[in-house]
Write a protein that binds this ligand. Structure first.
Ligand SMILES: [Zn+2]
Length: 413
């Protein structure tokens, strides 16, 4: 455990953080993640050829790893990454596959809508603003709830006209490049799903949204919960793209700092341990109980997770003389491999039910993706579940096909 106060320099395209993004408190190093690989590294078939040339593979792999460290603020209970890679490197030129909203994401939106209904079932909004509106699915679900709908997301940069629903006002930019005070109507519903954790300065963003919202605005923000991650030993969910790891305690501290009044929170454990928090302007009268984790607790849970990964890899190794498939071509696969201690080179392929992924590879893993219809009988095979967040659907499918062995690398479902 060391104080990270000395790190505040910008080194190349990596920005090193020294103070807590939420309360400006000092940060402790909670977990070391040396040479953590990048995720979202799908690539097209020809790149697989590179893996036949070890030199080329090693240099590609070397480009895709960055030393990482998870920091923790004891003052407010917030987790954050030390090394923030520039967005153009994280989401940039190597990107060749963007998944459409998955079944999990759609179910996650059901959860979000249920939270909205719980606090405002009868309310109709003048203007709903979605920060990080992605494929506009959530704004679509809000069509009957708001007169005007506004979406902000840099993924739409330069192709705003391609949106199917022209009644949505769309800004393909970062939120700080949008003049929120110039909107035709002050937003009275501000929603944000799985976006805040990507931002370097989440507090400033929430503050500016609060300042440009209507007086009676309702805010519903959903983030992957750090409490849920720790409870479920999901350290494979710590990766370069998530800069912020909110606990309920740190979210409440954030509200306190920006003049937000806490109204309600709900957890969705089966979608990234998600936590939705509802708030308005004003001061919180009574805050709910929020667990504060000790750094030693975080570290002992990480050791437990590592032990689980070791055991799963040892179990997998007992079967690698036969036919072994992975199931589920997750974007997070490089990080799962990192913790398991494998590049998945021992797999015949990673099977996936999405035809759009058939034939893809990962530019930092020597394994190819194959549509599940290409393999017939799995009865003689061992299958490792590689999309751990989709275990339920994959398991249902596998149990009907009944491979010889199914290995699930985690113990909590
Ligand atoms: Zn803090």
């Amino acid at each position: 455990m060391s104080n990270q106060g000395e790190f505040s320099t910008r080194r190349g395209s990596i920005d090193q953080r020294e103070r807590c993004s939420i309360c400006s408190g000092a940060l402790l190093a909670a977990i070391e993640l040396p040479a953590l690989p990048l995720t979202d590294t799908f690539c097209l078939t020809p790149v697989q050829e590179a893996f036949k040339q070890p030199e080329l593979f090693r240099s590609a792999a070397a480009l895709s790893i960055v030393d990482q460290r998870l920091l923790y603020c004891q003052a407010c209970g917030h987790g954050q990454l030390q090394n923030l890679i520039a967005p153009e490197q994280l989401y940039g030129s190597h990107y060749c596959f963007r998944s459409s909203a998955s079944a999990t994401a759609r179910k996650g939106t059901d959860f979000f809508m249920a939270v909205l209904d719980e606090v405002a079932s009868d309310r109709r909004f003048r203007c709903a603003l979605d920060l990080g509106c992605n494929d506009l699915y959530l704004l679509g679900r809000l069509a009957s709830r708001a007169e005007l709908r506004v979406g902000i997301d840099p993924v739409w940069g330069g192709r705003e006209d391609e949106r199917a629903d022209k009644s949505i006002l769309l800004f393909g930019k970062n939120v700080d490049a949008v003049d929120l005070n110039a909107l035709p109507e002050k937003p009275d519903l501000i929603v944000c799903r799985h976006t805040l954790e990507h931002l370097v300065e989440p507090r400033q963003v929430v503050e500016s949204l609060m300042n440009s919202a209507a007086d009676d605005a309702l805010f519903i923000f959903e983030v992957p919960g750090f409490d849920g991650l720790l409870e479920r030993l999901r350290f494979d969910q710590v990766f370069h793209q998530h800069a912020q790891y909110f606990t309920l305690a740190s979210f409440l501290r954030l509200l306190d700092g920006v003049g937000g009044r806490y109204l309600l929170h709900r957890y969705n454990y089966h979608d990234w341990g998600a936590m939705a928090v509802v708030f308005a302007r004003g001061k919180t009268a009574a805050q709910p109980e929020a667990r504060r984790w000790l750094p030693a607790e975080i570290q002992s849970r990480y050791r437990l997770f590592q032990a689980q990964m070791r055991l799963s890899k040892e179990a997998l190794d007992l079967h690698t003389d036969g036919i072994v498939y992975g199931y589920g071509a997750a974007q997070m696969l490089p990080v799962l491999g990192y913790h398991l201690g494998t590049d998945f080179g021992e797999l015949v392929a990673v099977l996936d039910d999405d035809p759009a992924k058939d034939g893809l590879g990962y530019w930092n893993l020597p394994v190819k993706v194959m549509h599940s219809s290409h393999v017939g009988d799995l009865a003689q095979s061992t299958v490792l579940i590689t999309a751990v967040d989709n275990v339920q659907g994959i398991m249902q499918k596998l149990l009907s096909q009944r491979p010889r062995h199914i290995i699930y690398p985690l113990s909590i479902i």
